[in-house]
Design a protein around this ligand. Structure first.
Ligand code: ATP
Length: 270
């Protein structure tokens, strides 16, 4: 069961070009993660320690996982993903054990990128409640911090975490030597939405009449993941109608469907 808690991808396929609208974030991730892996001598020469850990924060479905996978691809690193919620275990010591296993595996597979999604599950601010469950989560977080403190000797292992709940994080994990590089990944602005739609429609047979500039304007508040769904759904409507090309009306139908389904998901910023 322990192995299943981690997702190991020896050669992720996401490319930097697959990511729309996050140019500044990508630049920062490359500087903090790619450069230290590819050009460690640059850091040695200047005498500066690369950032220990990178924390990506922002709403769901904005490309945080994509950024981590793309940099793993670019550096030929193994991508090892662990969900923070997986680290919250029932039995005492199980969470810390998983953290140890995670770093051990990364050492074996180096170069490797550890990606901890939903880090807030193990690194939330201390609450007043003194239930044993909280104490166990606390222990897991301490184990994570101690693994990160022993980071210098780790060589080609870089660590990236992600959260949708930045406000909930315990400041202990943000100290220097821990997650000391913060990168905000926001919902896409109009221009970014256009790029994301184009990326996801790149392989689709889209009619001339479809104007992605228009579509981008009409999808205020959509995340990258929601734009990806919109594009796929539009394709499904074309197929249902037994057509070989996707028209603007298909995107409109897809839009209606997604907004209707996603009432509680805050589709669109209306
Ligand atoms: P979560 O916080 O829910 O884990 P996330 O920020 O890690 O989300 P991803 O898993 O990277 O989001 O994105 C989910 C999917 O949404 C991607 O596989 C992709 O299809 C699409 N997507 C999201 N953001 C972008 C983007 N900036 N450019 C292109 N596609 C995107």
């Amino acid at each position: 069961a322990r192995a299943q808690a981690m997702e190991v991808d020896e050669s992720p396929t996401v490319e930097y070009d697959d990511i729309g609208g996050l140019d500044e974030q990508l630049r920062e991730v490359r500087e903090a993660v790619e450069d230290p892996l590819v050009n460690p001598e640059k850091f040695d020469a200047v005498g500066v320690e690369p950032p220990s850990g990178v924390l990506l924060h922002g709403p769901p479905g904005t490309g945080k996982t994509m950024l981590a996978k793309a940099v793993a691809n670019q550096t030929d690193a193994t991508f090892i993903k662990m969900a923070g919620s997986e680290l919250v275990r029932k039995f005492i010591g199980e969470g810390s054990r998983l953290v140890r296993d995670l770093f051990e595996l990364a050492d074996q597979k180096e170069p490797a990128i550890i990606f901890i999604d939903e880090i807030d599950a193990v690194a939330a601010k201390r609450t007043d409640s003194k239930t044993s469950g909280d104490a166990e989560v606390q222990r897991t977080m301490m184990q994570l911090l101690s693994e990160m403190d022993g980071f210098d000797e780790r060589g080609d292992v870089r660590i990236i975490a992600a959260t949708n709940r930045f406000d909930m994080l315990d400041s202990a994990i943000l100290r220097p030597g821990r997650f000391d590089r913060l990168i905000e990944v926001p919902n896409p602005v109009e221009e970014a939405r256009e790029r994301i739609l184009e990326i996801h429609a790149a392989e689709m047979n889209v009619a001339e009449s479809v104007d992605f500039t228009d579509l981008a304007r009409d999808t205020d508040g959509f995340s990258g993941a929601q734009l990806a769904s919109l594009t796929t759904e539009a394709g499904m409507f074309a197929i249902r109608d037994d057509r070989r090309e996707v028209r603007r009306e298909d995107f409109d139908d897809a839009y209606e469907k997604l907004v209707a389904e996603g009432d509680d998901e805050e589709f669109g910023a209306s």
